[in-house]
Design a protein around this ligand. Structure first.
Ligand SMILES: Cc1cc2nc3c(=O)[nH]c(=O)nc-3n(C[C@H](O)[C@H](O)[C@H](O)COP(=O)(O)OP(=O)(O)OC[C@H]3O[C@@H](n4cnc5c(N)ncnc54)[C@H](O)[C@@H]3O)c2cc1C
Length: 380
């Protein structure tokens, strides 16, 4: 590839912000154009399902103030021309580049008739509905966002029903033991669980299930996972399949001048036998934004693979649940400290005897230890 004089970053949230900061910190003196569809400066999403719903408006993302106002906010990229190296925007203008960072994240799967939760506007709309005094909240999807909404709604004194397609919420990410514990933890905290069913339609307060039953609620929130924002890349020739398909270094497959980072990127993870992964967590977007930008500056020949172990934490009814690695790859799992009865335990997940994942409930030191062991590819 040629000299980099102009770099465009599309997506002005966590990964995009970290990319812009890194370009500057690495001494890039060329032109940086940041394009973001939202009208706000980059903000932090984790509080949206927690403190914001309880009335705290602080969603500050440290570093966002460094952007100043020299960037394109409230503008959406609608087209990429790889050969001409231009990004087309929704107002008809085109932005040229020598290098491109794709950081367009993800958006919730749509469930007509249900509220959703991704943006600050979504959170304020949900908060307004909760403040309006609706008594019974039904959450569709027991993943980390659904679980946090359920937990916060209980804290606010609402009656809560949580509907999930799996036998236990978060089963794919937490494994059998911890998800079984989570189900019991929800129930002990007053959440009514309805599992092994899918919601087929929401009509006012009436929620239709695929087993023929229907439920009623005053407020329905959809939290059935997200889809990466890649539609604007259709027709560009870039390979997408549940995200932008990347090399281990986060360069888009077959491109020497385009990288992707955060919730939108899917890459073969070198610590897990090249398993293609897309990670929807804060720490991943935070680190990948920086690494993708550094690799773009270094060029494909000098780039380093992204090998961070995925990890995240969620808080549900006062318990801190943390994960590291990829528990779903495991062929075996065992509780290594504590017990389900104590509400404090750590689970180690192995594949062919090698650690590939960990889950810890109120055991942060164990999680750190296991995460290190996953990085070192230790056997149990
Ligand atoms: C309610 C909630 C709670 C969460 N809690 C946690 C948590 O506790 N722990 C944790 O680890 N993670 C949590 N997360 C996940 C974490 O926030 C995400 O992993 C992180 O925001 C991903 O950052 P990103 O920059 O990759 O993408 P996003 O944050 O999705 O940002 C992408 C940005 O790109 C913009 N965009 C999209 N398409 C275009 C386009 N064509 N042109 C221009 N701009 C575009 C979008 O509008 C958006 O602003 C939570 C997420 C939510 C929604």
């Amino acid at each position: 590839m040629g000299t980099l004089n102009r770099i465009t970053v599309v997506g002005a949230s966590l990964a995009g912000l970290r990319a812009v900061q890194t370009l500057r910190r690495e001494g890039f003196e060329g032109e940086v154009t940041l394009v973001g569809a939202e009208p706000h400066i980059p903000y932090n999403r984790p509080p949206l399902s927690k403190s914001v719903l309880r009335g705290d408006d602080d969603v500050t993302l440290p570093g966002a103030e460094e952007l100043g106002d020299q960037w394109l906010r409230g503008r959406q990229a609608v087209h990429l021309d790889v050969r001409e190296r231009t990004v087309g925007l929704d107002d008809g203008t085109e932005v040229g580049h020598d290098g491109l960072v794709i950081a367009t994240g993800a958006r919730p799967r749509q469930l007509d008739g249900a509220l959703r939760l991704r943006t600050v506007e979504d959170a304020l709309a949900l908060r307004a509905e909760l403040d309006a005094g609706h008594e019974h909240v039904l959450v569709v999807g027991g993943g980390f966002i659904g679980g946090e909404v359920a937990s916060t709604a209980r804290q606010l004194g609402r009656k809560v029903t949580l509907v999930d397609a799996a036998p236990y919420p978060m089963r794919a990410g937490l494994g059998e033991d911890a998800s079984r514990w989570l189900a019991a933890h929800h129930e002990r905290n007053g959440v009514e669980l309805v599992t092994n069913v899918r919601v087929t339609a929401v009509d006012g307060g009436r929620v239709q299930l695929d087993d023929g039953r229907s439920l009623t609620a005053d407020l329905v929130v959809g939290a059935m996972g997200v889809r990466p924002n890649t539609e604007w890349l259709d027709g560009s020739g870039l390979a997408t399949d549940d995200g932008v398909l990347c090399a281990p270094t986060l360069f888009a497959q077959g491109a020497g001048d385009i990288v992707a980072a955060g919730d939108v990127a899917r890459w073969p993870h070198g610590l897990f036998g090249g398993e293609m992964v897309r990670v929807e967590h804060w720490a991943n977007a935070n680190e990948q934004g920086a690494v993708a930008a550094r690799n773009l500056l270094a060029g494909p020949g000098n780039a380093t693979p992204f090998l961070d172990v995925p990890n995240f934490a969620t808080h549900v009814h006062g318990a801190r649940i943390q994960t590291a690695g990829l528990p779903h790859l495991a062929d075996s799992a065992s509780i290594v400290t504590g017990s389900l009865e104590e509400d404090r335990f750590a689970v180690a997940f192995t594949r062919d005897g090698v650690l590939v994942g960990a889950v810890a409930v109120d055991s942060p030191k164990d999680l750190i230890r296991l995460k290190r062991a996953i990085t070192a590819r230790e056997t149990l």
